[in-house]
Every structure is written in C-alpha cells, then in structure tokens.
Design a protein around this ligand. Structure first.
Ligand code: GLC
Length: 503
C-alpha cells in the first residue's frame, strides 16, 4: 500500500513538473513574441525620429531647394512652377463664375456668385462625386468627356433651378491638381501624374485645351478662363479673406504648397519679365527630397511598389493617400515577426486597404478598451480578438507615423517662411531687439486646406505644435495658420473672375 502511494506521489510530481515547464515554456515564448513586436515598434520609432535639430535641417534644406528650383529648370527636385498668377483676388470680384476641381479622391463642380465686396461670396452650389476608379487610368478623351458631361449636367440643373438666363459666355476656373508647366494663366502642359492617376496620353498635353475641347464636344458655351493648382486656389481664397496670406498648403490625398514670390527672385532665376509685384509659385513640394528626412524600410518598400518610384518622396511620408499604407506595412511586419496578431491575415497584404481616415479613428480612439481599434482590426484587416496591449501597440504605430508626417510638414512650412524672410531669422519679433536694432516681424498668414488637416486632430495638433517649437515663442505668435474652406474650388472661381474676359 505504502509503495503504491509513493509511486502515485512521484507520478503526480513528474506530471506537475511537466505541466509547469510547458506553461513556463509557453509564457517564455509569449514574452519573446511580445518582445519581438515591441522591437518592431521601437525600431520604427527610432527610424521616424524628428527631434528639433533635424526639423531645423529640413527647414534649411527646403529653403535651399526652393532657391535651386527657382534658379534653373531641373535645378532641384522641387519643380517651383511659375503659375503666371500675379494678381490675387482683392474682394472686388463680381458676377457668376463656374469652377471645376479635379485632383484627388473627388471631382467637384461649383457655381460661385460674387458680390463685389470682400467676404461677400453670395453663394456657391456644389456637386461632388468620386472619380470612377477606371477613369484614373483610362484615356484623356474618356476622362475629359466624363468631366464635361458632369459639368454640363450641373450647369443645366443650376440654371433651370435659378431661372438664370445666359447673357454672356460662361467663365470657368479649372483646378487641376497635378504638376503642370504653365504657358499662361489659362494654359499649361501636364508634366507627370501623381496620386495614383496614370492617363498616359495626357502627359505633355495642354490640360486646359483638352477640357475646352471636351466642353465644346458637349455643346456647352463656356470658356476656360484660368487653369490653376489647388494650392493656388487656396491661396486665392485665403488672400481674398486676409491680405496677409502669403502661402497655401494642401494636406489631402496629396500634399503641396504655393507662395507669393517677389518678382526680382523670379526674374533673376528664370528670365521671366513681370512688371508687377510678384508671382505665385507652385512648389510641387510633394517631390521635395533631402538626406535629412527620416526614411524607413517601410517608406522604401512603399516607394518601390508605387507607380511613381523615386518621385514624390515628401508626399509619400506625409499625405493622406500614404499614411494608412505605411501603418499597414508596419502591422504586417509585426504580425510576421511576432504572431501577436495570430496567423498573418491575408488582408494585410492588400495595398491601401487601411485608409488614412481609419488610422485617424484608431489613433483617436479614447475608449478604455480601445473598441474602435478592435473593430477596425477585425472588420478591415480580419484580425479578430487582439488583446488590449496589442491594440495599444497599434495606436502607437499610428502615432509614430502621423507625428513624423505632421512635424515634417511643419518644417516644410517654416522652410517657405524662411525663403521669404518671414521666419524671424532676419531679426526677432516686434518689441524685441537684436544687435541693438529693432525688427518688426510682420503678421504672416498661411492658408491650409485638406481632410488630413481638418479631419485628423492629432495630425493638426502635432503640426501646430512643431511650428511653434521651430519658430520659438517670439516669432510663432506672428504666424497664423488659417483653414480655408473649398478654396481649391472657390479660389478658381475668384481667379476666373479676376482673369475674366468680360471685366
Ligand atoms: C499632388 C499634386 C499637386 C497637388 C497636391 C495636392 O502633390 O502633384 O499638384 O497640389 O497633390 O492635391
């Protein structure tokens, strides 16, 4: 009997040891997997670092590249395209104008009534529709026929509704938000596509002419009065409301900036003779590049997989089209390296499946158990049942990627201010002295537009914070970031008015 007890006890002890060691083994493996996941995050964080010293280097590089791009064609990755827009709206514009805005996720047609007094945009009606995916890679004729048909339908609907009878030829401002080499304020040739568009037979052609021909084919009596970039429309509307507006930036599907350059800087650089005060320059800053930009393997992979490798490097780190896809790539790597997400979901291999509004929603999820993060992981990426700690890792990935984007964007803006002498580096703000001399920093307004800035609070906050850090407390209060609404469309109508043949 005693022997049996001893044998049973020994057996039990062995079993306990085996179970314990299996459990210890599991927990060691779990810890190791967790460490590997954290390792991916730490490496990302390090690779995306934007300390203030680096941001200042980006500021300087932006200003230097702006000079180089202005000095000669091809002198920099920054194209610094002359827009031939010399006069920004003053507020005196009057009449009814149309605008057509093509360049991102949506395509919009507007009818704007201008009252002739500042701030008196009497009304604008808008028709917005997504651009059918197939047209983004079709032929120019198909794309422009679609646009002209939508325009004609809109005009007829509006004029029937308002009972307006057509007295004069209708005037249209065309916002085409891609790199265009302008030959005048109402004509210009497409240099290349960005943001996933690729209508090959358009490259090199006059964009305004393509539209004008399509409008005529539809039997619509309308003249393309101006051809502009969305940044230029935003600057026009910003300036219409506030004459201290000197630059405009778009943070949407893509990112870009334009600013008002002094005539002498342009004349010296590009042999262009202007008589008036200056000209708006479309920087195409999405293509900015500098060795100071913190680039990771995810950025490189995204670039290689894109239809425009080696181009739009700044845009690919910043804009709404790409942020979600950088996050997807990091989650994929984490899932492959650590299995904290369970088996690797096939959805993680689908490019652009995680759109930027979704990363904003995860980043800004303030519920205690991060239920929105869990919902998006489950519904979009088909990754169910992740622990709270893993959800926190996902939030942190969104934070690192978005913070880098916003801080680099801030450095870009200060770079422009530096180029035009509005960053306070030539002296310091009003009331202070430097080297004994008084220097008054002028009130400087930068107009901003785009869903990434207006809809993604964390992006906005990081950007504003970084501008303050770079400029410092003496200068920052003189620089005002102002959101305009629908500037890319309304601005085109305003410029159509100031460039109108009927004035
Ligand atoms: C892309 C285009 C640019 C546009 C920007 C914002 O960068 O190349 O022209 O302004 O997107 O829409």
């Amino acid at each position: 009997m005693g022997k049996v007890v001893v044998v049973l006890a020994a057996g039990f002890a062995v079993a306990t040891c085996v179970v314990a060691s299996v459990m210890v083994g599991r927990s060691v493996r779990r810890r190791r997997r967790w460490r590997r996941a954290v390792g991916v995050l730490e490496e990302l964080d390090e690779g995306c670092a934007t300390p203030i010293g680096r941001l200042r280097q980006v500021v300087d590089a932006m200003a230097v590249e702006m000079h180089a791009g202005l000095a000669s064609e091809g002198g920099s990755k920054l194209k610094m395209l002359l827009t031939h827009v010399c006069n920004l709206p003053t507020g005196k514009e009057k009449g009814t104008y149309y605008a057509l805005d093509l360049g991102g996720t949506n395509f919009r047609v507007l009818r704007v009534q201008l009252g002739g007094q500042r701030s008196a945009i009497i009304g604008h009606d808008l028709d917005r529709q997504p651009i059918p995916q197939n047209l983004m890679t079709s032929t120019s004729e198909e794309l422009f026929d679609f646009i002209a048909t939508s325009l004609k339908n809109f005009v007829e609907k509006e004029e029937n509704f308002s009972g307006a009878s057509q007295q004069e030829r209708r005037e249209l401002g065309f916002t085409f938000s891609f790199p265009v080499k302008q030959t005048s304020s109402s004509s210009g040739n497409l240099i290349q596509w960005t943001k996933g568009f690729s209508v090959e037979d358009m490259v090199g052609r006059d964009v305004a002419e393509c539209l004008q021909q399509a409008i005529s084919r539809k039997g619509l009596d309308m003249r393309v009065a101006v051809l502009i970039n969305d940044t230029v429309g935003t600057l026009a509307l910003g300036h219409f409301h506030d004459e201290d507006t000197v630059a405009a930036v778009i943070f949407g599907t893509g990112t870009n900036a334009c600013y008002l350059e002094r005539a002498d800087a342009i004349i010296k650089g590009q042999g262009l003779v202007t008589t008036s005060g200056g000209m708006v320059v479309n920087m195409e800053w999405g293509n900015f590049w500098s060795s100071h930009l913190p680039r990771t393997s995810y950025d490189m992979d995204l670039d290689v997989d894109s239809p425009n490798p080696n181009d739009q490097g700044f845009e690919k780190m910043i804009s709404g089209m790409y942020l979600g896809d950088i996050v997807r790539r990091v989650i994929l790597r984490m899932s492959q390296d650590s299995d904290v997400f369970g088996p690797v979901s096939s959805k993680l291999h689908v490019p652009f499946i995680l759109r930027t509004p979704l990363i904003a929603a995860m980043h800004e999820d303030d519920s205690a158990n991060l239920s929105e993060v869990a919902r998006i992981l489950n519904n979009t990426l088909e990754i169910p049942n992740v622990t709270l700690n893993v959800r926190k890792l996902v939030v942190k990935i969104c934070d690192v990627v978005t913070r880098r984007a916003a801080r680099l964007a801030a450095a870009g803006i200060v770079g422009i201010l530096k180029k035009i002498g509005r960053d306070g580096s030539g002296g310091i703000a009003s009331g202070k002295t430097k080297g004994g001399s008084q220097y008054k920093m002028r009130r400087t307004v930068v107009a901003i537009e785009g869903g990434l800035y207006t809809n993604y609070r964390m992006f906005r906050e990081y950007l504003n914070e970084a501008i303050g850090q770079i400029l410092g407390e003496d200068v920052a209060p003189h620089v005002i970031i102002k959101v305009t609404e629908d500037g890319s469309g309304i601005g085109a109508a305003l410029l159509a008015a100031s460039h109108s043949s009927t004035l």
